[in-house]
Design a binder for this molecule. Structure first.
Ligand code: BGC
Length: 760
């Protein structure tokens, strides 16, 4: 044996001896809480703090050890047991190698929890979350998250940084693509569906992963829609709009939360005790742990909230941020702060307890390699079944915005179709933002989807393009072009076509983190192309690709058919083609209002009445714009079908209710068109007078129902105190007597109306 081997042997023996004293926590028969305490008894302060430290994936773990730079530091920390979690390490081989260091080379052998941004699928991609929200189909959304969990867990991952449950009313903010839109009721239901999809019934199963509701809190209210910007909002907005989806996720058992980059009313969310200690861990009794956002602890120095790393760590840990993602601060500062008695060790213990609990629940102590099965990795990732699952989700996410003269569905035979637009043939853009584990250019393009319908003649012309560059990350930078050299060729094919399909909008990387926009139009010269083609052929179907609401008043006025197809993931082209050809009748509804212009933003349906809501005279002194209507272009909840639905007989079981009594509402819906179809029946209320003014409408129920041609159904809803009350400015949930309006309909604007009284 050579010298290093002998030394390694001695070290291994030494750590094994220590391990021998500390194996009690591995006894599966003991309850988890006891196992956590047994382990914590063995841990040094540094090892505890190590659990609170998360590093981003670094060198190829299966290769030689890194020399120099932050990778070497991370590697050394890992071997000392000073790293509790890694993010963005993926693939069984890599995860196994990194886990092996934690389990076999550290004194206590505590396994890592491996996190990853599984935002809308892992390798097989489902639609972006905003698109999925447009399905209003909670079961489909749950299944989509379950597919993502299945693939991610097969790749060694045990924790996703999803769902993003940020409510946002601002389409300029690029991260609206990650959430469920503008409404807290819909957002809460979807948050629960996603948490259940990721975590399943049993977190200990090897195909489920821990969820992380993010970004706590109010990140979606960044001023001017600019990412990472300041948030200043009222208590009412915080309690009634921002927090409900987080509470729903917490109640549904989400094991973790991520805090956010923004200031909230002057205090960074990461250093915010009111949010994390008082509300989350106090009032809501959240049992999981809170991870910071990427370097958000360090960023508190930039915010002007902490003078240095030590103060940032002190403030973050005091406020309840349990794990430090990539600030490198807890590991550097916390032990000193404890020794100087500036941080009570009880805070550290509490954080570590929370983190270890999730690791135990995931079964990592029972078998740290339980997610590292190469056979499963091969069988699950990209399976046929998963592709079928995301195709189903993609179809359900499409929203039909306009369909004049029944231009859609297309006939299957004998038509000449011109397909125009760079995004029509793009195999990368439809994958959308946040798809780190997917392979580039793997989406089925719209062109490929349409080519499968052979009965028509199909010609493709790009018309115009989007020039793509690279950022330091894998994400692409999209530059808009002014080049019109492809217009002529596109006009030529359009001239000779019966129908022109134009696939226009945002590239997949034009929304997402750091992609705020000041314009909500079609990027580059796509609008110009649209108008040029319109001059030669008016039979245009506009298929929109986008990660946020766009403002397209010209298209709404002139183009006969508009299909909202978002970024639909791996199966995009198949989903779009099936909808265009009528093999799938669209039923999606917008989860966010679409503005007429960027100047209207924020525009959202659950706004408040002003003192001057309507024009009662011919003067200008009422709440409006002088250059535009104030209503959105398409309201929240809007979406058409190839068939039509008629609403009638909105009924309440009584007109006056005692407090605590359930309010029963029914409405009759009839399919009056020529196709079988699905409809999302929506129920809204208005609390007419309150001690705080209440929104003009609030969604409080919905049902996705299937109706055959000519079929009628009575849809029933029950409203309880949970739906009739609201949070006052102290965060207390109150139910106030008085008049309520009830609305039921096909979107937030077209509704039937009834009224009732809630008695004292
Ligand atoms: C994002 C988070 C994400 C994290 C890790 C941050 O920049 O805000 O949502 O989970 O990076 O990738």
């Amino acid at each position: 044996m050579n010298k290093p081997t002998v030394i390694a042997g001695i070290i291994a023996l030494f750590s094994l001896t220590l391990n021998a004293q500390s194996k009690a926590h591995l006894d599966k028969k003991k309850p988890i809480e006891e196992r956590i305490l047994l382990l914590m008894k063995e841990m040094t302060l540094e090892e505890k703090i190590g659990q609170m430290n998360q590093y981003n994936g670094f060198w190829d773990v299966t290769g030689p050890a890194p020399q120099g730079g932050s990778s070497q530091l991370k590697y050394e920390h890992l071997r000392k047991g000073w790293v509790g979690s890694m993010l963005s390490v993926r693939g069984v081989k890599q995860v196994r190698a990194v886990q092996k260091i934690a389990v076999e080379e550290t004194r206590l052998g505590i396994p890592l929890i491996i996190g990853f941004d599984v935002i809308h699928g892992y390798k097989t991609l489902s639609p972006i979350p905003l698109a999925e929200a447009a399905s209003w189909d909670l079961e489909a959304i749950r299944k989509s998250a379950a597919i993502a969990a299945d693939e991610a867990s097969a790749s060694g991952i045990n924790w996703t940084f999803a769902p993003c449950v940020d409510i946002s009313q601002d389409a300029r903010w690029g991260r609206v693509m990650e959430g469920a839109g503008e409404d807290p009721y819909l957002g809460s239901k979807i948050a629960v569906a996603r948490v259940k999809g990721f975590q399943g019934e049993n977190l200990g199963a090897n195909n489920t992963i821990a969820a992380c509701a993010k970004h706590f809190a109010a990140y979606g209210f960044a001023e001017s829609g600019r990412d990472y910007n300041t948030v200043d909002i009222s208590n009412s907005k915080l309690y009634n709009t921002v927090l409900p989806p987080f509470k729903a996720a917490s109640d549904a058992g989400a094991r973790t939360m991520m805090n956010s980059f923004n200031l909230l009313n002057g205090v960074p969310a990461t250093g915010n005790s009111f949010l994390q200690r008082e509300i989350l861990k106090g009032k809501w009794q959240f049992k999981g742990f809170v991870v910071s956002d990427w370097a958000s602890i360090r960023e508190m120095i930039n915010h002007g909230f902490a003078k240095d790393g030590a103060e940032a760590s002190l403030k973050a840990v005091t406020a309840g941020s349990d794990m430090d993602m990539e600030s490198y601060l807890y590991v550097a500062e916390l032990a000193k702060l404890v020794n100087e008695k500036k941080v009570d060790v009880a805070l550290i213990d509490n954080a570590v307890h929370r983190i270890l609990r999730v690791k135990f629940e995931l079964g990592l102590f029972d078998d740290p390699y339980r997610y590292c099965d190469e056979k499963r990795e091969k069988a699950v990732i990209g399976s046929k079944q998963n592709h079928e699952g995301v195709l189903d989700m993609a179809k359900k996410s499409i929203v039909l915005l306009k369909n004049e003269n029944n231009l859609l569905p297309l006939k299957k035979n004998g038509q000449k179709i011109a397909l125009i637009g760079a995004l029509a043939a793009d195999k990368n853009s439809p994958l959308g933002s946040w798809r780190i584990a997917s392979d580039d250019n793997t989406a089925v393009s719209v062109l490929e989807g349409m080519q499968q319908y052979k009965g028509n003649q199909l010609v493709y012309e790009k018309g115009t393009g989007l020039t793509i560059g690279k950022t330091t990350f894998k994400d692409e930078l999209v530059f808009n072009t002014t080049d019109t050299s492809g217009f002529e060729a596109a006009k030529n094919v359009a001239k000779n076509a019966d129908v022109v399909i134009m696939v226009l909008g945002e590239h997949g990387f034009q929304s997402g983190e750091g992609r705020s926009r000041t314009n909500l139009d079609l990027p580059g010269n796509q609008q110009q192309l649209l108008e040029e083609i319109y001059k030669v052929n008016k039979n245009i179907v506009l298929v929109l690709n986008n990660g946020r609401p766009l403002a397209l008043p010209w298209a709404e006025q002139n183009i006969p058919a508009i299909v909202e197809a978002w970024h639909l993931g791996s199966q995009t082209g198949n989903a779009v083609a099936q909808v265009l050809y009528g093999d799938y009748n669209p039923s999606g509804k917008l989860p966010m209002s679409f503005p007429r212009s960027v100047g209207q933003v924020p525009v959202y349906y659950n706004n408040y009445s002003t003192g001057r809501p309507v024009n009662t005279d011919t003067n200008v002194f009422w709440s409006h714009y002088t250059d535009s209507e104030k209503t959105p272009l398409y309201p929240f909840g809007y979406g058409l079908s190839y068939t039509t639905f008629k609403y009638a007989n909105l009924k309440l079981n009584k007109t006056s209710f005692a407090k605590g009594e359930a309010v029963k509402v029914s409405v009759e819906v009839t399919n009056t068109g020529n196709y079988d179809g699905k409809e999302v029946v929506q129920l809204y209320i208005r609390d007419v007078t309150g001690s705080l003014a209440r929104p003009v409408k609030e969604l409080k129920g919905f049902e996705l129902t299937e109706l055959k041609k000519e079929q009628s159904k009575t849809i029933n809803f029950t409203l309880t105190e949970a739906e009739l009350g609201y949070y006052d400015n102290n965060g207390t949930f109150i139910i106030e007597p008085g008049q309520f309006k009830i609305f039921a309909g096909t979107n937030s604007n077209e509704v039937l109306e009834a009224e009732f009284e809630l008695k004292q």
